[in-house]
Design a protein around this ligand. Structure first.
Ligand code: THU
Length: 130
């Protein structure tokens, strides 16, 4: 399955009874394997998790720690960008040139790199002693 097909399939399983906004994500890891995730909301709203976080968790659980491509899809009027927290989560496992495709169910797509989505990202270099 393509990243798009995987993200679209998992989108249907999203659990979003509070926002009614389902999101599906697919990430390709360094091995080529594709991992899927969807948002999982909770009645205690801050406990909800984003689709990207679910896909990352699936990748890590499978023993991979490097991603090369990301696809995010939602039923929206414009391509949905990963939230700030998810940009940081994706940057933990992907290089700056990793392409992130943001898509709508209607067929719009927009591609940006992780660097473009999170310029000046906080990283390990900032933790070196001065
Ligand atoms: N959401 C995601 O899962 N990923 C995004 O990139 C944007 C937002 C979810 C979180 C919440 O369940 C719903 O969309 C509305 O914010």
């Amino acid at each position: 399955m393509t990243l798009k097909d995987t993200a679209t399939a998992v989108w249907q399983n999203a659990y979003a009874p509070y926002s009614n906004f389902k999101v599906g994500a697919a990430i390709r890891a360094a091995s080529g394997t594709v991992y899927a995730g969807c948002n999982v909301e909770n009645v205690a709203y801050p406990e909800g998790t984003c689709a990207e976080a679910g896909a990352i968790a699936a990748m890590i659980a499978a023993g991979e720690t490097s991603l090369t491509e990301v696809y995010v899809i939602a039923d929206a009027p414009m391509p949905v960008t990963p939230c700030g927290g998810c940009r940081q989560k994706l940057a933990e496992f992907g290089a700056g040139d990793v392409p992130v495709t943001m898509a709508t169910l209607g067929g719009q797509e927009q591609v940006m790199t992780l660097d473009q989505l999170l310029p000046g990202a906080f990283n390990q270099d900032h933790m070196d002693s001065a």
